[in-house]
Ligand binder design. Structure first.
Ligand code: ZN
Length: 512
C-alpha cells in the first residue's frame, strides 16, 4: 500500500471514530434529557468536561483511577496550587458559558414520553449502524489502538471522569477487610549489652527526579550541599508508580511492583509493621499530604500541623522542619529505631514554595501556572527545590554524624519523578507503561556513620559497585529488614541493597 493511500485510510478511520463518539455521546446526553432535570444534567457534564479537559490539555495528564485517588487524597493546600486564573478562564469559556447558554437561553421542547422513547430508539439504531459500519471498515486500526494505546481512554472526557470515580468507589468498598499479618516468623538477634542503639532515618522524597541530581551527572550543582559527606548515590533507580498514592504504599510493601495494587497493599501489613513487631521503634513524621495508609498503627506526628517555627506559612512547612524534629527526637532514641520523614520535597506545580527565597538558581518561576514561565525559569525553580532538599539531607547527616552514642544510617529515596515540560508534559502521574523517564527515574542515596559501617560490616568498594547497578522501590522492603538484621522467610538477601556488600553477613540467613 502506498503511503498516500495509508494516510487517507488513517484519516478516514479517525473521522469514522469521531462520528461514532459523537453518536455515542449524544445518545448518552439524550438519555439524560427529561423535563426539568435534563438541562442541568447536561450542564453538569459540560462543567466536568471543561475542568478535565483543562488539566489534560495544560499538564498532559491522564484521568484514570490513580488520578482520581490523588484528587481525593490530596490536601486542599496543594490542590489550590492547580486552580489558577487560567483554570478559571478555561472553565468559564468551555464550561460555564455553554452551560449558562443551555440553561438560560436554549428553549427545549420536550415531546410526549411515547415520542421521546421513539426518538431514543432511532438514536440507538443510528448509533448501532455507525458503530457497526466503522468497526467493519476499520477493525484493524481500532484493534491496534485498543491493544497498544489503551491509555487513550483516559483522555476521553467525560467518560474518563465517570470511569475513574467508579473505579475508586469500587476500591473503597473493597478496603473494608481485615489486615493480613506479614512475616509472623520475623525475629531479631538480641542486642548485646555494649551495643549502641541503631537509628535509621529514612527520608521519603517527593517528586524529586534523578535527572536533576548532580550526583547522577546533571550539569548544575543541585547537590552541592552534600559534597564531602561521603554519601553513596544509587544512580539507576526506578519508582514503582508515577504518583504518591501508588509509590508510597508500594515502596513499603512486600508485594513488589509486579504484584502491587493499592487494594492489596491496604489489606496487608508493610515493612514498618514487621519491624515494629520485632522490637524496632518506628515513628512516621509527616510534612506532606498524609501517608496513604502506610503509617496506620504506627506512631505518627504531623509536623505541618504544629507549624509554630519560622518554617511554616499558610499551613505548609519547609522541609528543614525535619532537622528540628531530628534534633528533638534523636537524644530520646535509646533503642534501635526507624524514623521515617515524609518530605514535601519538590511538590509541584508551586515549586517556588518548596525552598526559602534566597536560592542559587535565578530567575525563578514564582507562580503555580508553570506553563506561563520560560523553560529556564521553571528549571531554575525546580532545581532550587532539589538544592534545598540536599541542604536538608546535609543538615540531617551532620546531626547524625555528631552523635557518638548511636550508630546512625540515613537513607533517602524519592517517590517518583517529574516532567518539567519535556515534550509538552508537566507534573507526573502518567501510567507507568508510557511515562517518560523523567517521571520514573528517581534518586536514592545512603549515608552511614563509621559505627554503623563497622557494625553492619559494609564493604565500601562492594557498596559503590552495587550503587552503580539497577535498583528500584522493590529493594526498600528487604533493605530495611536487613539493616535491622531481621530474620524471616520473607527476607530476600539478594534484593537487600546491602545484602551482598556486608563482609560478614551475621546470622543473616534468608529462607530457612
Ligand atoms: Zn509524590
Amino acid at each position: 500500500m502506498s503511503r498516500d493511500v495509508g494516510d487517507v485510510r488513517v484519516l478516514a478511520a479517525v473521522g469514522a471514530l469521531a462520528l461514532l463518539l459523537w453518536a455515542a455521546f449524544s445518545f448518552i446526553c439524550r438519555l439524560l434529557c427529561w423535563p426539568r432535570t435534563g438541562k442541568f444534567a447536561v450542564a453538569a457534564l459540560l462543567l466536568i468536561g471543561a475542568a478535565a479537559a483543562h488539566f489534560i490539555g495544560t499538564y498532559g495528564i491522564f484521568i484514570d483511577k490513580g488520578m482520581a485517588r490523588n484528587v481525593v487524597q490530596t490536601d486542599w493546600r496543594e490542590a489550590t496550587d492547580l486552580l489558577s486564573f487560567r483554570f478559571a478562564l478555561d472553565v468559564a469559556l468551555r464550561g460555564i458559558l455553554p452551560a449558562a447558554i443551555l440553561v438560560f437561553l436554549v428553549e427545549v421542547r420536550y415531546a410526549p414520553w411515547r415520542r421521546s422513547l421513539m426518538q431514543i430508539g432511532w438514536h440507538a439504531l443510528l448509533l448501532g449502524v455507525v458503530g457497526a459500519a466503522s468497526v467493519f471498515a476499520f477493525f484493524g486500526e481500532y484493534a491496534d489502538i485498543a491493544r497498544n494505546h489503551r491509555e487513550l481512554r483516559h483522555l476521553l472526557t467525560p467518560t474518563n471522569v465517570a470511569n475513574s470515580a467508579y473505579g475508586l468507589w469500587k476500591e473503597s468498598r473493597a478496603q473494608r477487610q481485615p489486615v493480613t499479618r506479614l512475616a509472623e516468623d520475623a525475629t531479631r538477634p538480641a542486642a548485646s549489652a555494649s551495643a549502641k542503639p541503631l537509628v535509621v532515618v529514612l527520608l521519603v522524597g517527593e517528586t524529586a527526579r534523578a535527572a536533576s541530581f548532580s550526583l547522577g551527572g546533571y550539569g548544575r550543582p543541585t547537590n552541592a550541599a552534600l559534597a564531602g559527606r561521603d554519601v553513596v548515590y544509587f544512580d539507576s533507580v526506578t519508582s514503582c508508580g508515577t504518583d504518591t498514592a501508588t509509590s508510597l504504599p508500594c515502596m513499603f510493601s512486600d508485594l513488589g511492583e509486579k504484584n502491587f495494587s493499592v487494594n492489596k497493599a491496604n489489606a496487608r501489613e508493610n515493612v514498618l509493621h514487621v519491624l515494629q513487631r520485632t522490637g524496632v521503634g518506628v515513628t512516621w513524621l509527616e510534612n506532606n499530604s498524609g501517608c496513604k495508609g502506610v503509617c496506620d498503627r504506627i506512631e505518627t506526628e504531623d509536623l505541618s500541623a504544629a507549624g509554630a517555627t519560622g518554617l511554616c506559612a499558610s499551613g505548609e512547612c519547609l522541609d528543614a522542619i525535619f532537622v528540628d524534629a531530628l534534633r528533638r527526637r534523636l537524644p530520646k532514641s535509646n533503642s534501635d529505631s526507624l524514623l521515617v520523614l515524609h518530605m514535601k520535597g519538590s511538590h509541584g506545580p508551586a515549586y517556588f514554595r518548596r525552598a526559602p527565597s534566597a536560592r542559587p538558581f535565578a530567575p525563578i518561576c514564582a507562580t503555580a501556572v508553570i506553563q506561563s514561565c520560560t523553560e529556564e525559569s521553571l528549571r531554575n525553580t525546580y532545581d532550587n527545590s532539589i538544592a534545598y532538599t540536599s541542604e536538608v539531607l546535609a543538615q540531617s547527616i551532620d546531626l547524625l554524624a555528631a552523635d557518638n552514642t548511636r550508630d546512625t544510617v540515613l537513607l533517602y529515596v524519592s517517590d517518583h519523578g517529574e516532567s518539567l515540560g519535556e515534550r509538552g508534559i508537566y507534573l507526573h502521574g502518567l501510567p507507568k507503561l508510557i511515562a517518560p523517564a523523567e517521571q520514573t527515574r528517581i534518586p536514592l542515596l545512603l549515608w552511614m556513620s563509621a559505627g554503623a559501617r563497622e557494625r553492619l560490616g559494609v564493604d565500601t568498594i562492594k557498596l559503590r559497585e552495587r550503587a552503580s547497578r539497577a535498583a528500584s522501590h522493590d529493594n526498600l522492603f528487604p533493605t530495611l529488614l536487613g539493616l535491622f538484621d531481621v530474620r524471616a522467610r520473607i527476607y530476600d538477601q539478594n534484593a537487600d541493597l546491602l545484602g551482598t556488600v556486608r563482609d560478614r553477613s551475621p546470622e543473616l540467613v534468608g529462607p530457612r
